[in-house]
Design a protein around this ligand. Structure first.
Ligand code: HEC
Length: 154
C-alpha cells in the first residue's frame, strides 16, 4: 500500500517541479536574479552591436538581429522581478528596493523599453542610418532612465 502512494507523491512532486521550470516566479531568487542579469547582458551586447554598426559598416543583418534580441530580452524580463529578489535575498543584485516600492513606475520603464525596442526592430534593417541612430538613442534613453532610478552603481 505504501509503495503506490509514494509513487503518486513522487509524480505530484515531479509535476510541481516541471511547473516551476516554466514559471520563473516559482524559481529560486538566485536563479531568477541570474536569469534577468543574463538577459540584461544580452541586451547590452546587442546595443553594442548596433552602436558599432552605426560607427562604421552598418551591417544591416547584424543590426536587425541585435534589435530583435533587445526586444525579446525586454519581453523576457517581465516575470523576473518577483518580490523577494531584491537586495534582501542574500544574492548579489544591483536591483534597488525602489523597484518594489514603486512598482508601477518600474513596470512603466519596462513597457516603454518593449515599445521602443519594437520600433528599433522596425528600422534596424532599413539601411536608413539616421533613423536607426535616432531610435538607438531612444532605446538607450529608456535603459538609462530605468538604471538611474532602479539600479545600484549607476
Ligand atoms: C525597467 C528597468 C530597466 C530597463 C528598461 C533596463 N534595465 Fe538594465 N538593469 C535594470 C536593473 C534593475 C538591473 C540590475 C539587475 C540585477 O542585478 O538583479 C539592470 C542591470 C543591467 C546590466 C548588468 C547585468 C549584470 O551583469 O549584472 C546591464 C548590462 C543592463 N542592465 C543593460 C541594459 C540595457 C542595455 C538596457 C536597454 C536596452 C537596459 N538594461 C534596460 C533595470 C533596467
Amino acid at each position: 500500500m505504501t509503495k503506490p502512494r509514494f509513487r503518486t507523491l513522487a509524480a505530484a512532486l515531479a509535476l510541481v517541479a516541471a511547473g516551476g521550470a516554466t514559471l520563473a516566479i516559482a524559481a529560486s531568487p538566485a536563479d531568477t536574479i541570474a536569469a534577468r542579469q543574463a538577459n540584461f547582458k544580452k541586451m547590452g551586447g546587442a546595443m553594442k552591436v548596433i552602436k558599432d554598426g552605426l560607427a562604421g559598416g552598418a551591417d544591416k543583418t547584424k543590426m536587425a538581429g541585435a534589435a530583435k534580441t533587445i526586444a525579446a530580452m525586454a519581453r523576457a524580463q517581465g516575470p523576473l522581478f518577483p518580490k523577494g529578489t531584491g537586495p534582501g535575498a542574500g544574492v548579489k543584485t544591483d536591483a534597488l528596493p525602489a523597484i518594489w516600492a514603486q512598482r508601477v513606475t518600474f513596470d512603466g520603464h519596462a513597457k516603454k523599453l518593449i515599445a521602443e525596442a519594437d520600433k528599433l526592430v522596425g528600422v534596424a534593417g532599413s539601411g536608413n542610418t539616421a533613423a536607426v541612430a535616432a531610435q538607438f538613442k531612444a532605446v538607450g534613453g529608456v535603459c538609462g532612465a530605468c538604471h538611474k532610478q532602479f539600479r545600484a552603481d549607476d
